[in-house]
Design a protein around this ligand. Structure first.
Ligand code: FES
Ligand SMILES: [Fe+2]
Length: 396
């Protein structure tokens, strides 16, 4: 007979049902986090890729149609035509807007109904119809959308690292999953946005996942276990990871996670100086996100293909190679469509993740209570955020 103390303990049998933290992760209309998100502007597309052919854009769980009218103005409309509901995806873009394919109603970029060709006089009552729309702006080579209450529309935040370009500089934008461990062949990452955003406050995965687990994905110096402090900062949080390198040099690597989903990660090859770019983790819906990055570069900058995996691209790896060389994609998508937060065991090195979630929950509460969350301003003079992230080598 087996004694009690020799029974198998901790088996997977009969384990309790686990769940995700819906308040922090779900972004659809009317959800607590979704309402919080709808107080900010979001990058939704690369401006150069938006032209007269309508495209679908899924943002915060809403399907929308995005186009640029023949006068160059971007428009973001609810796709079901206000007449009898066919999709404007099959519409035709004209000088003044987009014309529905079914009965030809024409809508401007702010949803105004401008023509109803089957009606007497082109529609005597067309002013009574409005196609639902969202405000959009163009900045840094990106199209930005505001999907919240009109009376709460803030000014569009600008970033010090992307301002005051010299004539020899330009901004380079990307919208692929490269920064999330995938590559330029993929746009949408199939997991919840928070998996990626909170990863920015997790400096301890760098010496493991990116440096010693399989291959050196960035530089060998990242293998030194850092001493980390996490701090609240304007608009969000930052961490300072101190490393004493084998050659005696000492450095502080400062990384920022700012609201609602901004990531400012300094050069992973440890180039000395401030971070040249800013990234955004756009929640596509509850189980997908998309990354946008804007970076200040010289005018003659040519992007180099990322070949972090023994000289190969992420999309060239087979299944077994993904197992042997996992990166951010594998780790984050591996957490599931939405991570099961109830079964986590958070420890000392997760302090940044815990603080960020606490700060996020607080902002969600502020919005629910009728307030304005962190980083929101209605004053154009306050629009620029000073970037603090960078790799800073200490002077001897
Ligand atoms: S359904 Fe669009 S014009 Fe009729
Ligand atoms: Fe990472």
């Amino acid at each position: 007979m087996l004694k009690n103390d020799s029974r198998d303990e901790g088996t997977a049998y009969g384990r309790p049902e686990q769940h995700h933290d819906a308040e922090l992760t779900e972004v659809g209309p009317g959800t607590p986090c979704g309402e919080f998100m709808r107080r900010y502007w979001h990058p939704i597309a690369i401006a150069d890729k938006v032209g007269p052919v309508p495209q679908m854009a899924r943002v915060l769980g809403e399907d929308l149609v995005l186009f640029r009218d023949r006068k160059g103005r971007p428009g973001l409309l609810y796709p079901r035509c206000a007449h009898r509901g066919t999709t404007l995806y099959y519409g035709r873009v004209e000088d003044e807007g987009i014309r529905c394919c079914y009965h030809g109603w024409l809508f401007g970029v702010q949803g105004q109904c401008l023509d109803q060709p089957c009606e007497p006089d082109g529609g005597r009552h067309k002013d009574r119809v409005r196609q639902p729309w969202y405000p959009v702006e163009e900045m840094y080579g990106l199209i930005w959308a505001y999907m919240g209450p009109p009376e709460k529309k803030p000014v569009l935040t600008r970033w010090s690292s992307l301002e005051n370009l010299k004539p020899t500089e330009k901004i380079y934008v990307t919208g692929s999953s490269t920064g999330a461990g995938g590559d330029d062949t993929v746009e949408v990452v199939p997991t919840n946005w928070l998996n990626d955003w909170e990863n920015i406050m997790d400096p301890f995965h760098i010496p493991i996942l990116h440096t010693t687990f399989s291959t050196v994905q960035f530089v060998p110096e990242m293998g030194v276990m850092p001493e980390v402090t996490w701090e609240h900062a304007d608009h969000g949080m930052r961490y300072i990871a101190y490393r004493k390198l084998d050659d005696g040099r000492e450095m502080d690597r400062v990384t920022q996670a700012l609201f609602p989903h901004v990531r400012i990660v300094p050069d992973v090859r440890l180039t000395d100086g401030p971070a040249a770019g800013v990234g955004w983790v756009l929640p596509v819906d509850d189980t997908h996100f998309r990354l946008f990055h804007a970076r200040r570069v010289p005018q003659d900058f040519k992007p180099v293909e990322v070949r972090n995996y023994n000289g190969r691209k992420w999309s060239e790896l087979n299944d077994e190679e993904h197992q042997r060389f996992p990166g951010d994609w594998e780790a984050q998508v591996g957490q599931g469509a939405i991570s099961l937060h109830s079964e986590e065991n958070l420890v000392t090195s997760d302090q940044g993740v815990v603080q960020l979630r606490r700060l996020l929950r607080r902002q969600i509460e502020i919005v629910r209570d009728g307030g304005d969350p962190i980083g929101i301003t209605f004053d154009p003079a306050q629009a620029v955020v000073t970037v603090q992230a960078g790799n800073f080598f200490r002077k001897k």
